[in-house]
Structure formats: C-alpha cells, structure tokens
Write a protein that binds this ligand. Structure first.
Ligand SMILES: [Zn+2]
Length: 255
C-alpha cells in the first residue's frame, strides 16, 4: 500500500486508503471488536462478516460495482484476504491510472454504504463506477494539461509557476465564462512543494455573471475543494488579484 501511496499524487484518495488498509474503518467487525455490537454479519448480503475487505471488495454488492468498472478489477475479483493485500496485488498488476480508479471506486463503494446506513438510497453500481471514472478522468485531464503547459517549448518557454515552501500546498485556479450557454467553468489544481499534482477538479456551474462575481464564485469553490480533501496549509494563486489577496490575507479563518 505504501508503494501506491508514494506513487500517486491523487490526494483525495490517500487518507481513505490509509484508513481502509489499516483496517480502521467503522465496519461491524471493527465495532464488534470494541464490544459495541455483537452482530457482525453484513447487512447488505446477510451472508458474510462485515469486514473492510468484504464491504469494499468481496461482498456481492461490491462485485456489482466492480463488474462494471475496469477490466483489470473484474479479472482480479476473488475471495479477498486483507484489504491491504488487495491493494498490493493490484499495484503489481495495474497502471497508475487504474490504481487511481480502484482507489476512487473503493471510496465511492464505502460512501454508498455509509449513505445507505443513514437512510439514503442505495446507488446503482453503474452510478458508483461511472462517478469514479469521471472523477479520475477529470483529475488526469487537468494534471496532464497543466504538465504540458508548464513544459518549456523553445523561445516561447515561460515559467509562471513557482512551488510553495516545503510542506505547504499551492492551489491554482482559473475560470472561463460562456455567455452563449450561460455558464462558467472552473479548473482547480493543487500541487505540493515538489510540484506534484495532489488533486484537481474541473466543474461547470450553470450560471453566468460579471467577471468579478464569477471569479469570487470560483474562489469559493476553491476553498470548498480544499476543505473537502482535508488540505489546510495552502497558498492560493489565481488571476483575480483582489480575490487572491483577500483569501491569502484571511486564510486562517477558512479552515
Ligand atoms: Zn456483504
């Protein structure tokens, strides 16, 4: 697991995988170890103990999601050992992009489980798999685009981006307005002090407004994104100077 966590920069998945791999997610089996409950049977399939590996991998209802996900995962479906063994096995047999898809899909399967426990609907496997695929695709699109943009090309080469100080993150964003379709697009990328992309987001908002307001809306989404993925030590960098100064000046009140 550590090899994958070291290799990937998809920050959204790291915390979740670390908890899953360390077997500390609040499954029935783990709760029973603390004496809180005695019943350990999975409430979804009613046939196996509800362990981390079971919920995320070997439960019949997890199989449903994996069966419409990447081909590599379908071939690998088997009675799971520990979840960390599954991560390590797949890391040896899958590409980086597939591993990001695997990590995002497991996170979605877990979120579906928790959502259902709290009275929400049980999302269809296609929804779980497609949402994960879209999320990873957006991440890689933004990461690769930014990588190409930052690559020097002869006399046109210009260096705009400078890394943040050690152990801090830098968040860059940009917005684009489309008057015809009455919407704005927001692209966000977060990099660490080594310049590695840690997270990215591409989103469309169905609203059209003046530039300053659109920039402010983009900034708000930027802050929400940071909070969503648990990053606090971050420097904000964007085109809207007034907005950026306001955020960086008051960053201590944001998290
Ligand atoms: Zn089950």
């Amino acid at each position: 697991m550590e090899e994958y966590l070291e290799a990937t920069s998809y920050q959204c998945n790291k915390g979740f995988l670390r908890r899953a791999g360390s077997d500390i997610l609040p499954t029935k089996s783990n709760i029973a170890k603390r004496g809180v409950v005695k019943e350990e049977t999975c409430m979804l399939c009613c046939s196996e103990r509800e362990t981390v590996a079971h919920i995320l991998w070997s439960c019949l209802l997890a199989h449903d999601a994996w069966s419409v996900s990447g081909r590599n995962f379908q071939k690998s479906l088997c009675e799971a050992m520990n979840f960390i063994d599954i991560i390590d096995y797949l890391f040896q047999h899958c590409s980086r992009e597939d591993m990001d898809l695997f990590a995002t899909t497991t996170r979605n399967i877990w979120n579906r489980h928790i959502f259902f426990l709290h009275g929400g609907p049980f999302h269809h496997p296609n929804y779980v798999a497609k949402e994960a695929a879209l999320s990873v695709q957006q991440y890689w699109n933004v990461a690769l685009t930014r990588e190409n943009e930052s690559r020097p090309t002869g006399e046109m080469a210009q260096v705009h981006w400078t890394p943040p100080p050690q152990n801090l993150f830098k968040e860059n964003w940009d917005i684009a307005q489309c008057k015809e379709k009455q919407r704005i697009g927001i692209g966000i990328i977060i990099r660490d002090f080594k310049g590695l992309v840690c997270a990215a987001l591409s989103q469309t908002i169905e609203i059209y407004t003046e530039v300053a307001t659109a920039e402010a809306m983009g900034a708000l989404r930027v802050i929400e994104f940071c909070k969503d993925i648990g990053i606090q030590e971050v420097i904000f960098e964007g085109d809207a100077e007034v907005v950026v100064k306001a955020i960086n000046k008051h960053d201590s009140t944001l998290c």
